[in-house]
Design a protein around this ligand. Structure first.
Ligand SMILES: Nc1ncnc2c1ncn2[C@@H]1O[C@H](COP(=O)(O)OP(=O)(O)O)[C@@H](O)[C@H]1O
Ligand SMILES: [Mg+2]
Length: 332
């Protein structure tokens, strides 16, 4: 049962191809867990947000209450990237010699559109949320962007760790060099300063740069450890029983496994009924064929099914009804 997974883990990610029902199923799982008395935070990381549409209210980039025990949040990549860069800019301006502050501004303006900037900022925000959210909520449910984007995001903590490590190493080396040069300066027989800047300022700048890099390193370590801890985190792949979503599911599963992330369940959404006319019965048979492919490729992953509903599940009452269905969803 899908809810069993939500009971046993503290972080769930819902991912899959665009349009298959990630946001809907994430909301259903969140409502079901909240109605059992757990404090749930539902976080949308898809730039094409629709938590607001689903709950018929404004959500946005600040935690707000959606239902008893249930809070929601939509991460805005643009705003997250800007806030992230502002923070980095402030840090850089305090850390760099004053005459370079124009350079810092130029660098920051260019960085906004650098490839991967939004993802890096989003990841940092997610790391923050995982750290803080586990203190304030019992369950974090992440409604993610379509597969490719999410798979890259999940591989990113490792890359960022390596990046921060590289920066730390380079920083160590340049600090060593700085010490040597400063030493040279002192020994200059003419008493001239060989390197600019005062020693005191440079040394405390060094310490602050180091501390900042180490804080980031710690944050990515924590995120990576949380994501790859199968007792804490599970990924749920949502799909429809059609050819492309099935192929994408198999691919996403492989990518997540490579990033060390446990895929706890598959949710097959919008299953066609067999008893509602020839057209839908035909589709149901086609779906069964695709599900056989899925079962052959991923035999060990529990599978749950959600029927095609006559109405789109929008609004609290419909989501509660969906939550009840999920609680009773047949699984394998
Ligand atoms: N079981 C279902 N039956 C009928 N409509 C559904 C079902 N699940 C989702 N939908 C509808 O399908 C559309 C896509 O769902 P959504 O959750 O937004 O997908 P995603 O987040 O994967 O892009 C929405 O209009 C939603 O209301
Ligand atoms: Mg969505």
């Amino acid at each position: 049962m899908l809810l069993e997974l939500a009971r046993r883990r503290r972080i769930l990610f819902l991912g899959g191809k665009g349009g298959v029902g990630k946001t809907t199923v994430a909301a259903g799982v969140a409502v079901a867990a909240a109605s059992e008395g757990r404090r749930v935070l539902l976080v949308s990381t898809d730039p094409a947000h629709n938590l607001g549409h689903l709950w018929r209210c404004e959500v946005g980039d600040r935690v707000r209450r959606l239902a008893p025990n249930l809070d929601g949040l939509e991460l805005d990549p643009e705003q997250t990237a800007r806030a992230h860069l502002d923070e980095v800019g402030v840090a850089l301006r305090t850390l760099m010699p004053r005459h370079l502050s124009g350079e810092v501004d130029k660098h920051m303006a260019l960085s906004m559109d650098t490839p991967g900037m939004h993802e890096a900022a989003l990841l940092e925000r997610m790391a923050e949320l995982v750290e803080e959210g586990l203190g304030t909520h019992d369950l974090l449910v992440f409604d993610t962007a379509p597969s490719g984007h999410t798979a890259r995001l999940m591989a990113l903590p490792e890359m960022m760790q390596a990046w921060v490590d590289g920066m730390l190493q380079r920083h160590e080396r340049s600090r060593h060099l700085g010490d040597v040069l400063r030493g040279l300066g002192k020994d200059d027989p003419m008493g001239r300063r060989v390197v600019g800047g005062d020693d005191e300022g440079a040394a405390s700048r060094d310490d602050r740069i180091r501390a900042m890099l180490q804080r980031r390193r710690h944050r990515f370590d924590h995120l990576r450890a949380s994501l790859s801890d199968a007792g804490l985190t599970a990924f749920v792949i949502v799909l429809t029983a059609e050819r492309l979503p099935v192929l994408e599911t198999i691919e996403l599963h492989a990518q997540l496994r490579r990033s060390g992330i446990d895929v706890g369940a598959l949710v097959v959404n919008r299953r066609s009924p067999t008893d509602a006319g020839a057209l839908l019965a035909g589709r149901a048979a086609m779906e069964a064929g695709h599900l056989e492919t899925l079962a052959r490729a991923l035999p060990g992953v529990p599978r749950h099914e959600v029927p095609l509903l006559a109405d789109e599940p929008v609004g609290r009452a419909a989501l509660e009804a969906l939550a009840t269905r999920l609680a009773a969803a047949p699984g394998s």
